[in-house]
Design a protein around this ligand. Structure first.
Ligand code: PMP
Length: 389
């Protein structure tokens, strides 16, 4: 399976020590450090102090299905979804996870019957998030297996389809593509936030995954949440997390609750907040600026191209705009067959199309790095253009 050739792939930044004179620009990962500046500007508004005696227990509320879910975090999640209007929370169970990465695995476990004669097929439309095949197969589970590109799935067998919208890597808005009887859908909505795409309607799916990594930028807090309609599925996901890590860090949940409440407060615009504190406005403006910079560099070239997106009016912000995704899905046109190697020769590190189940003419570039890095990248891309043309 070509998608698994990437299993040698390491999450750690590529070691470049000897040859790196500081000129290498690494945009391989989606590390959301662009948000650091906003949170610095907010100073102590989101500082959390936890005393040694607090949050000692494994348990949060044993009457709840997700017994390790801190109610403060759950309340913040519900408040923010209501305010942004990007997902329905009514009649759903919240399951908290160590990043949506853990929830992804909990979902697979929860959706697979434990007495099936063969592993469940797991598919997603290419280009798909490069971690899906790796996370699905690394433990060689008997419960499920990666079955590749959803567009090519022909088996008359039960399957799980991962629907990522907006999509990582290409930013497109997506719907399920297989649409057969025995299918179960998991919607990964990590990027369905108003800095990246116009919010059209509140998402209303059976299983939806979200994460603070891409909403507020707190990837290091390692916190995600699932909104789950079916009680039995929520129970089984909780069971997985119990077996996997006996719950999820309460320290992280309390910090994330503080962060999410701040985001909501910054929009509500209480007396302590100014208009410029609005978190999603900060993200929206910065992404708009970066996409303008990138498109300007690419438009001057005859070797690169970028996807275009339909324009929409965001029901949350009122802005009319085209999606400005967290990643740029760049295509090398013409004679350059391996876009990742080509850019590496110009000391720009990206992730090649093969990792996402498509050809090497594509690369994914993170748009979420710190200002200085992004500016250097846009500038360098412009110079590559002028050398070639
Ligand atoms: N889903 C998608 C589509 C992602 O892009 C990412 C982060 N790259 C994740 C899930 C994982 O997020 P987390 O940091 O919450 O584990």
């Amino acid at each position: 399976d070509s998608s698994l050739k990437s299993s040698s792939y390491s999450f750690l930044p590529t070691t470049i020590s000897a040859e790196d004179d500081g000129s290498i620009i690494n945009l391989d990962h989606g590390d959301p450090t662009m948000y650091e500046r906003y949170w610095q500007q907010m100073g102590d508004k989101t500082t959390v102090v936890i005393s040694g005696w607090q949050l000692i227990s494994y348990f949060s509320d044993i009457r709840k299905i997700c017994w390790f879910l801190e109610s403060e975090f759950a309340n913040a999640v519900i408040r923010l979804h209501k305010q942004v209007g990007n997902a329905l929370t009514e009649g759903r169970h919240i399951v908290v996870g160590t990043g949506s990465t853990q929830l992804f695995q909990a979902v697979l476990y929860a959706l697979c019957p434990d007495n099936a004669s063969e592993p469940m097929n797991v598919v997603s439309a290419a280009p798909f998030y490069s971690s899906y095949p790796l996370m699905t197969d690394y433990l060689k589970s008997g419960l499920y297996k990666w079955a590749g590109d959803a567009y090519k799935f022909r088996k008359d067998k039960p399957y799980i389809e991962l629907v990522t919208s907006p999509n990582n890597p290409d930013g497109s808005s997506r719907k399920a593509v297989v649409n057969r009887n025995q299918g179960m859908l998991v919607h990964d909505l990590a990027y369905y936030w108003p800095q990246y795409t116009p919010i059209s309607i509140p998402a209303d799916h059976d299983i939806m995954l979200f994460t603070v990594s891409k909403s507020t930028g707190h990837a290091g807090t390692r916190l995600g949440w699932a909104l789950v309609k079916d009680q039995e599925i929520a129970k089984r996901m909780t069971k997985f997390i119990e077996l996997n890590t006996i719950g999820v860090s309460k320290d992280s949940q309390i910090r994330a609750a503080k962060i999410l409440h701040h985001v909501a407060d910054s929009i509500d615009h209480g007396p302590e907040y100014q208009e410029t504190d609005n978190f999603f406005e900060f993200g929206y403006s910065l992404m708009a600026k970066r996409w303008t910079q990138l498109r300007a560099a690419v438009n001057r070239s005859n070797i690169f191209s970028l996807p275009s997106f339909p324009s929409g009016t965001c029901s949350f912000s009122g802005h009319t705009f085209e999606s400005q995704p967290a990643f740029a899905w760049l295509k090398c046109e013409g004679e350059i067959e391996d876009c990742e190697s080509f850019l590496r020769s110009h000391k720009i590190l990206t992730r090649g199309g093969k990792h996402f189940g498509v050809g090497a003419e594509y690369v994914r570039i993170s748009m979420m790095d710190r200002d200085g890095i992004f500016d250097r990248f846009a500038e360098r891309l412009s110079t590559i253009n002028s050398q070639v043309s």
